[in-house]
Design a binder for this molecule. Structure first.
Ligand code: NOJ
Length: 754
């Protein structure tokens, strides 16, 4: 609703209501009327105050005074419960209008009960489970007086060098939309007023994941069609799911930094999507408009950010310093300021902060409770992706196993297994694999633990002999390797994405002993480890699995549950293939299977001329959607309800999936399409549906999907979001690799108008 219309409605209400003087305080009044009433009472300074967010690592009396003067609308990292109460008291009881503060914090993958990193959560392909995870995180955070989290991060990430890929939901717009929306629903529930929910913040709007060279904060150049079809997709999905706020990003997008980008913030977000919550800048990203060379000084930075549509400035204080002058000199209209302030107040009203400004009363704390740990464990379990299992080495057979070597710097690294962005998770609450396995099997299996390397990055070999001795004396060995937590996350990009330090050498040495080796990789990104895959029997990719990671991994290793994670991102063979992603374009010279198999590093006998490398296969190490199980699944009878559909039809797709193995297991059935020709080139595959289903051994199920012409839309040659008639391929199977897919085709005829 336009602000003027709201104002008019408010006026009508004003005339007919005696109690209007305090409408904004009336919990029963319509939120839009409360907003209009409050704005009509606010001075320009008070409005600007709402638009300023400050960081507060350390409480001080000066800040109380700032709050009492109405000069701040929000804090991030605002100390403990007592600090928050003091600050809120100053806002509610001392400031002229008593507008409550909104307290934000990065509750990225769990609060005190830490869940797997978001990339691990995306590997579950289980949105319901992920939603339960964010529900418990919201409740735990709410118990400490947090109203708002800066999550989910739904930046499409196609570059494993980028450290923040760990925080993402992977490379695919559809998967990120589904997982991101599940996270939003989990945080926010059905009613933001509920004591158990907090406001979510989708970030980083937009394109941040496309940082050139995978280097954090780097330039992004994304053509509009790619921006809309790929990078904006998950953001649109979460806006439709009702996300309360968005965060503008750090990156320069096509020459216009995203924190000053009116095309993305106004035209798309507000005009096209009708978003009516608010946008907070990223940390000092308003100020950084100066370093970008997009603003001459702080005043121009504030002008550009506000006029683009950033409602709230995080940390830097250009809004506080310059907005008054900018409004008074007519550079920013009062009406626009009112619109932006309305967005902030709308969320404060929706959260019920005016009625319940203080930390809510909870009968019992859920922080780190049994249920929360059980959910964290379930997510961790489903996030583990099995990439290799030679000779069915896994699960380990407890009956015949008498001794076990547990090797590696991540076997007992309680802080590292929590992963990046864990402000509130504590190492002391973490259950490591060593703890879990020793607790459960310590009596029956002789366990020898050798850390072998001081950290994952160590280059010395002085403890190798201890590891060799331990493995020699054991029936099998578990190697816990990968990346320390601080190798991924913000500003933790890597140019090499191999196993760091001396890890490969350690594996090589241990492989000479002829014992079954199980490699468990904990990491914040896809790593390249092709050099050692034939030296180990099994590989489990466990990401950074969080508080309950140890138990989850133990359950998988010993067969209490079958691995069911699937990759949300393509794994390259070498960093030189990056960016590599499944939904790429075909090119005019696609490579073919007979060009596979050249020996890495010997670019001899080149033959042309296709889109590939001379020195490495063009295929990835592991495909998007890939993940093995202890069981095996057979796909058959891919059937379509029709071979020809028109724009109003629903295409019904069915496939028969059978568990042909010996284990109860979950399988994620994936449906992809390919639009064979169009007014613009289309990806070779696009994920359109998936279902994660549990099967008992021998069980066969018919899996059904439905698609409509809506699912086939893309931005056409005229930048219209349309479906074009034509021929499509449809694939169903267990990964994006052709060999894992059944294929059929259909035709779309007619036009939308018919
Ligand atoms: C900077 C990060 O980019 C962002 O994701 C985070 O939410 C803010 N800092 C606040 O801590």
């Amino acid at each position: 609703m336009q602000y003027r219309v709201k104002l008019f409605l408010f006026f009508v209400f004003f005339i007919s209501n005696h109690f209007l003087a305090q409408t904004y305080k009336n919990a029963n009044a319509d939120i839009e009327l409360r907003i209009s009433d409050l704005i009509s009472k606010m001075t320009l300074e008070e409005k600007i105050g709402q638009m300023q967010q400050l960081n507060l690592w350390q409480m001080n009396s000066k800040v109380i005074d700032t709050v009492a003067k109405g000069k701040v609308g929000s804090f991030l990292n605002a100390g403990n419960k007592q600090d928050k109460i003091k600050l809120q008291k100053a806002a509610v009881e001392k400031s002229r209008l008593g507008i409550p503060l909104i307290f934000g914090r990065d509750v990225i993958h769990g609060y005190k009960t830490v869940l797997p990193i978001p990339l691990g959560q995306a590997s579950t392909w289980n949105p319901d489970l992920v939603k339960r995870g964010t529900e418990i995180s919201a409740r735990e955070a709410a118990e400490d007086g947090i109203h708002w989290t800066f999550a989910p991060m739904i930046d499409i990430a196609r570059d494993p060098r980028w450290g923040r890929i760990a925080e993402s939901c992977g490379e695919d717009p559809y998967l990120a939309s589904i997982i991101g929306s599940a996270m939003v629903k989990g945080f926010q529930g059905n009613d933001l007023k509920s004591a158990n929910t907090i406001a979510a913040c989708a970030k980083h709007y937009v394109g941040y994941g496309a940082a050139e060279g995978g280097k954090d904060y780097n330039t992004t150049l994304i053509p509009e069609r790619e921006l809309r079809d790929v990078y904006l997709k998950p953001f649109h999905a979460v806006v439709k799911a009702g996300v309360a706020t968005l965060m503008s990003a750090f990156n320069d997008l096509n020459g216009v930094p995203t924190t000053g980008n009116s095309f993305t913030l106004k035209t798309i977000l507000r005009d096209e999507w009708k978003f009516d919550g608010f946008v907070v800048s990223d940390w000092t990203s308003v100020d950084e408009l100066i370093k970008h060379g997009f603003a001459k000084d702080g005043k121009e930075a504030a002008l550009k950010a506000v006029n683009a549509g950033v409602n709230m400035e995080m940390v830097s204080e250009n809004y506080t310093k310059y907005l008054k002058q900018l409004v008074e000199s007519g550079k920013i209209s009062t009406q626009w300021i009112d619109e932006l302030v309305a967005g902030i107040l709308r969320i404060k009203f929706k959260l019920g902060l005016f009625e319940n400004p203080y930390i809510r009363n909870f009968e019992e704390s859920t922080i780190l409770c049994k249920t929360n740990k059980a959910i964290a464990k379930e997510i961790a379990t489903e996030s583990v992706v099995m990439l290799q299992n030679k000779n069915q080495t896994l699960p380990l057979k407890t009956k015949s196993l008498k001794s076990l070597a547990i090797i590696g710097p991540l076997a007992d690294a309680p802080k590292d297994q929590l992963g990046t962005w864990t402000l509130d998770g504590k190492a002391k609450n973490t259950i490591t694999p060593l703890t879990a396995i020793t607790k459960e099997f310590g009596e029956t299996i002789k366990i020898k633990y050798v850390k072998a390397m001081a950290t994952c990055r160590s280059n010395d070999t002085k403890y190798f002999q201890n590891a060799i001795d331990a493995v020699k004396q054991s029936d099998a060995a578990l190697l816990f390797l990968g990346e320390d937590a601080n190798l991924s996350g913000e500003t933790h990009s890597r140019a090499f994405i191999n196993l760091p330090g001396n890890q490969e050498d350690l594996i090589t040495e241990l492989s000479k002993l002829g014992k079954p080796l199980v490699l468990i990789i904990m990491a914040g990104r896809p790593l390249t480890f092709g050099n050692i895959t034939d030296k180990v029997n099994s590989i489990l990719y466990a990401w950074h699995p969080g508080t309950m990671g140890g138990e989850a991994i133990s359950d998988i290793i010993f067969g209490k549950t079958s691995p069911s994670g699937k990759l949300p991102v393509t794994f390259p063979r070498t960093v030189g293939q990056v960016p590599i992603y499944y939904n790429h374009k075909n090119t005019g010279r696609p490579p073919s299977a007979n060009q596979l198999g050249r020996t890495l590093g010997t670019p001899e006998n080149p033959e042309g001329f296709a889109s590939y490398y001379l020195d490495v296969d063009f295929t990835p190490a592991y495909y998007f959607g890939y993940g093995e199980s202890y069981s095996s699944f057979n796909y058959s009878d891919l059937t379509l309800s029709k071979k020809n559909i028109d724009f109003n039809d629903t295409l019904k797709v069915s496939v028969t999936v059978a568990n042909t193995g010996k284990y109860k297991a979950k399988e994620t059935i994936q449906l992809y399409i390919r639009d064979l020709y169009a007014s613009v080139t289309r990806p070779v595959k696009e994920l359109k549906r998936f279902k994660k289903v549990e099967f008992i051994p021998g069980e066969t199920k018919k899996i059904n999907f439905e698609l409509t012409s809506e699912d086939l839309k893309f931005y056409d040659i005229n930048m219209q979001y349309n479906t074009e008639p034509g021929d499509f391929e449809l694939f169903v199977g267990s990964s994006a690799n052709d060999k894992d897919l059944l294929k059929t085709n259909f035709k779309l005829t007619g036009s939308k108008e018919e």
